[in-house]
Design a protein around this ligand. Structure first.
Ligand code: FE2
Ligand code: FE2
Length: 237
């Protein structure tokens, strides 16, 4: 397990979504997964998709239950909202000192960040409250060999392709925010603090790219496949 962290320290945040914290000693991945009751194969697939982008998308990831994938995605959302965003906010809002000499520049950076944060909250809320519950219902229907008729009324007309179409790119706004700091704002009064903001934004962007890839390349195709089966049952009746 230690070797994995030495290979890529970003994995530490992935581990925390599985309930694994630092201090592994000499335990192997298998031992830790057994101890924490984590599906070893699922854990390895997620880790590998982080380490090697060419490794993606893996057919194997699609073979895992939606419940496992949704659980991992939900925990990632929770981490963004309760840890990552507040951490960036604390630096950007000036609680630890100000980045720029002029008030208006600090204000501009903060305003842009707040806009990004609002967009991210809306994005996550839709997935947590609408898309993931829908996917879990579809999986239930599929496993119990029922038709789409058995879906709760509120989900009857929903489709996962609609989600994919509406899956807006929150990373784009993050890219704009980074550009404002790198390109358009004047040289900062406190370069180290500003550098910290940039590093935090780059880390979040990388993590979110991986997160969205799992949503679009693993989660959506898996739900679409089950949808097809339960809706076919409908048309036969
Ligand atoms: Fe998400
Ligand atoms: Fe998303």
């Amino acid at each position: 397990m230690v070797d994995l962290v030495h290979k890529n320290h970003v994995l530490i945040s992935v581990f925390s979504r599985f309930g694994i914290s630092l201090g592994f000693g000499d335990k192997t991945i298998r031992e830790i997964c057994q101890e924490k009751k984590i599906d070893l194969q699922f854990f390895l697939e997620i880790v590998n998709s982080f380490l090697d982008h060419d490794y993606f998308p893996r057919e194997q990831l699609k073979s895992f239950p939606i419940r496992l994938i949704v659980d991992y995605l939900t925990k990632t959302h929770h981490e963004y909202l309760t840890k990552t965003i507040p951490e960036i906010e604390s630096v950007i809002s000036g609680r630890e000192g100000i980045c720029y000499k002029d008030k208006e520049h600090n204000f501009l950076m903060n305003t842009f960040f707040q806009e990004y944060k609002d967009e991210l909250i809306t994005h996550i809320k839709r997935e947590d409250e609408q898309v993931f519950p829908y996917a879990l219902e579809v999986e239930q229907c599929y496993l119990q060999k029922k038709s789409a008729e058995s879906l709760p009324d509120k989900f009857r007309d929903y489709t996962i392709s609609r989600y994919l179409q509406e899956h807006d790119d929150v990373e784009e706004k993050l890219f704009d925010l980074k550009n404002i700091i790198i390109k358009y704002l004047p040289p900062p009064k406190n370069p180290r603090l500003c550098y910290r903001v940039i590093v935090l934004l780059f880390n979040l962007e990388k993590d979110m790219n991986d997160h969205s890839r799992i949503e679009e390349k693993v989660f959506v195709p898996k739900v679409a496949m089950m949808e097809k089966v339960i809706r076919r049952k409908n048309s036969r009746q």
